[in-house]
Design a protein around this ligand. Structure first.
Ligand SMILES: *[C@@H]1O[C@H](CO)[C@@H](O)[C@H](O)[C@H]1NC(C)=O
Ligand SMILES: *[C@@H]1O[C@H](CO)[C@@H](O)[C@H](O)[C@H]1NC(C)=O
Length: 397
């Protein structure tokens, strides 16, 4: 039955007029609320989520690889006891292969799929993983089956395991480190082939209340423009932060391409993107330091195959995590159930990120084929075909 449905949807996909941009986060979020801190009691949860990511990526037509690594964590997620253990992690890597050996060709989209043992697994980082999977789905499936795009350059989707930097007290290297150093560097062969990374870490918490954004004293020095805009708007947590490092050309291009894509075709929304540039020589406080604990840091602080330090361009997309109040006032139950946490306004906020990253990939990694004159002619039959297919699917379900 599933095969038949798939076959019918495949056919429907090929005759559709343009690419499907219906974002469906719920299908993934429903799978991502369980705790995934890498201790024994979470082994089953971790396995279920890892297998789900692998299965989805394969289903979207990606070439899937896993990368295992050993690292050391603190068994106590609060870091009060110092009972350290060695654990094994698995990065899941989905490759949409096209041309790799070309300057700036390879783009990586990544998100952590473990949880930190303290905060809600749906926010940290279930929403990031749901975004990753939806982007992978919309890009791969549409590129393959819409007939309107051709992928020029290789895109890599990666779900990182065990981000020890976001634990309270875990001394081992995180999965992101092993990915960049032991997997990506050999894959690239030349560092010039790398175009940039987009890291999705905590992307669901939007808050429209006054003073929901917490600012440190240092914030104003480091991000003066963002600070001014926040002040003028009563410090609302109503933005997605796009954090980058330095002002080298590839980073500038990445920033411009992403913000252009985020705002493309946008209906007026109550939230915005904040372009937040970190530069060398600034004094980091706790707030700013958290921008260096996500996987973007392994790109910024990479070493090439000869062990020489290099800075690879990477953007961190984040709701700023603990610097923004998480409102749970709409919850009827205590603790809040996952379904109550995924509010309409949060869904809308994440959907904009999914569309922004997908548009970015289509613009940067693929070419839109010019329409043949007959394409408008074929759109009527194709619409009829789609309706017919869906009717058939209904009938057989
Ligand atoms: C991780 O540790 C296990 C057990 O000591 C070992 O068998 C395995 O080869 C190690 N894996 C890696 C990738 O180092
Ligand atoms: C992308 O691929 C298409 C089809 O192979 C080709 O016609 C086009 O020139 C390529 N574009 C770039 C920028 O390489």
């Amino acid at each position: 039955m599933r095969l038949l449905t798939l076959a019918l949807l495949l056919v429907a996909g090929t005759v559709k007029a343009d690419f499907d941009d219906e974002v469906d986060l719920q299908q993934h979020l429903g799978k991502l609320s369980s705790p995934r801190y890498p201790i024994e009691s979470n082994t089953n949860n971790r396995g279920v989520v890892r297998d789900y990511i692998i299965e989805r990526m394969k289903y979207y037509g990606l070439e899937v690889k896993t990368q295992k690594f050993n690292t050391t964590i603190n068994k106590d997620p609060l870091g009060i006891n110092s009972d350290r253990i060695e654990v094994q992690g698995t990065n899941v890597i989905g490759i949409q292969r096209a041309v790799t050996e070309h300057p700036g060709a390879v783009v990586v989209v990544g998100a952590d799929y473990d949880s930190n043992g303290v905060d809600h697994p749906l926010f940290y980082n279930g929403a990031g993983v749901a975004t990753l999977l939806e982007v992978a789905r919309m890009y791969s499936v549409n590129e393959r089956w819409s007939g309107h795009y051709v992928a020029n350059y290789t895109t890599i989707f990666v779900a990182f395991d065990i981000n020890t930097k976001l634990h309270q007290d875990s001394p081992g290297h995180p999965g992101g480190y092993y990915f960049v150093q032991n997997w990506l560097m050999p894959f690239l062969k030349q560092k010039e082939y790398f175009g940039g990374a987009i890291i999705l870490d905590s992307v669901m918490n939007v808050n429209y209340k006054d003073n929901s954004q917490i600012l440190s004293s240092n914030f104003q020095n480091i991000f003066p423009d963002t600070y001014k805009r926040l002040q003028n708007d009563n410090n609302k947590g109503n933005f997605l932060a796009m954090v980058s490092s330095g002002d080298k050309e590839p980073t500038k291009i990445l920033r411009e391409q992403f913000s252009g894509s985020y705002y493309k075709d946008r209906r007026s929304q109550p939230f915005r993107l904040e372009d937040m540039k970190l530069s060398g020589g600034v004094k980091f406080d706790n707030l700013v330091e958290q921008f260096t604990k996500s996987d973007n840091i392994h790109f910024w602080n990479a070493k090439d195959l000869n062990g020489e330090p290099i800075q690879l361009p990477a953007l961190l997309l984040t709701d700023t995590k603990n610097s923004r109040t998480l409102s749970t006032t709409n919850c009827i139950t205590d603790p809040c159930r996952p379904v109550e946490l995924v509010t309409e306004e949060r869904t809308e906020f994440v959907e904009a990120t999914v569309k922004g990253v997908t548009t970015f990939l289509f613009n940067r990694q693929a070419t839109r084929l010019s329409y043949e004159p007959s394409s408008s002619m074929s759109s009527l039959p194709s619409a009829i075909m789609t309706v017919l297919m869906l009717a058939l699917v209904r009938l057989y379900m």
